[in-house]
Ligand binder design. Structure first.
Ligand code: A3P
Length: 308
């Protein structure tokens, strides 16, 4: 009798004992999880279909939120259809590799027919060339540096595949120096910003999405050449609110077992706010961060907001 393929959730449960805090290895100057670095060639050689869509972000900038909005737009706001599988299966994470039997991002993509929605945290210079050669659409979501750092800190506490974050004070320094997984936040947001026009990248800001979700959802709709009714847009606004997504088992990562994501330490859907950084940065940390930020961001004018 042919064996039934493992569900994604079951595959993770079976691999849980092989999970550890994987070290980071440099790929072209960007620190990546060792599991990704070891499979780098196959990631880098990935050839997308021109109809594939890439959602690119620095970790914790609102990736899952953007993925959910896109999936709902592509399915005319059908909430049930968008619960057909967890986020990680509906829009696979291009570069992710984990111990077997967990399927890699590439394994999942191979099983899907284009057009596919693909997630990546790769900085622009590491995105497989095929995306540009095939003129794939790319949505980039960026989040202000302070909230992004706070969110990443809590994520690294509970994501037991990432290096130990250590105390917050030291973590801020690692963030500023680009020593965390996927490298420098500054280079990441600047890289996509500089090429957004030439490469037709839709550049979104988390803070704008929070302030006026309807407007940003409509921007995504136009970018994807879709046309959904006003009612459906309104439904998508509701379905992708933080409150609703937090309770959606297909979007809140509750299917990832405790040896991988220990949500008793910090939940994936943590706060979903703009400005939570004020509860973490002391005034001297904030000042030091701002001084460094001014230097690192002096050559661009990305309209980030630290509060709304
Ligand atoms: P916090 O840790 O600040 O709560 P990513 O999906 O890129 O990993 O980003 C996760 C961050 O986005 C978390 O931030 C999470 O709570 C937040 N988030 C997820 N869904 C959201 C939504 N619908 N609205 C606002 N924030 C959301």
């Amino acid at each position: 009798m042919e064996e039934k393929p493992l569900s994604y959730e079951e595959a993770i449960r079976r691999a849980a004992s092989a999970i550890k805090r994987f070290p980071l290895i440099d790929i072209e100057g960007v620190p990546l999880m060792s599991t990704i670095a070891e499979n780098w060639k196959s990631v880098s050689d990935f050839s997308p279909d021109p109809s594939d869509l890439l959602i690119a972000t620095y970790p914790k900038a609102g990736t899952t939120w953007t993925q959910e909005i896109v999936d709902l737009l592509l399915h005319n706001g059908d909430a049930e259809l968008c619960k057909r599988a967890p986020t990680a299966v509906r829009s696979p994470f291009l570069e992710i590799c984990a111990p077997p039997p967990i399927p890699s991002g590439l394994d999942l993509l191979e099983q899907m027919k284009p057009p596919r929605v693909i997630k990546t945290h790769l900085p622009i210079q590491l995105v497989p060339k095929g995306f540009w050669e095939n003129k794939c659409k790319v949505i980039y979501t960026a989040r202000n540096a302070k909230d992004n750092a706070v969110s990443y800190f809590h994520f690294d506490r509970m994501n037991l595949t990432q290096p130990e974050p250590g105390p917050w004070d030291g973590y801020i320094n690692k963030f500023m120096k680009g020593e965390l997984g996927w490298g420098s936040w500054y280079d990441h947001v600047k890289g996509y910003w500089r090429e957004r026009k030439e490469k037709n990248i839709l550049y979104l800001l988390y803070e704008d999405m929070k302030e006026n979700p309807r407007k940003e959802i409509e921007r995504i709709m136009y970018y994807l050449d879709l046309s959904v009714s006003e009612d459906v847009i309104e439904r998508i606004v509701q379905l992708t609110s933080f409150k609703v997504m937090k309770d959606n088992p297909m979007a809140n990562y509750s299917y990832i077992p405790k040896p991988v994501f220990d949500q008793s330490i910090s939940v994936f859907m943590r706060k979903g706010e703009v400005g939570d950084w004020v509860n973490h940065f002391t005034s001297s940390q904030s000042q030091m961060f701002d001084e460094d930020y001014a230097k690192q961001m002096k050559d661009v004018d990305i309209p980030f907001r630290f509060s709304i």
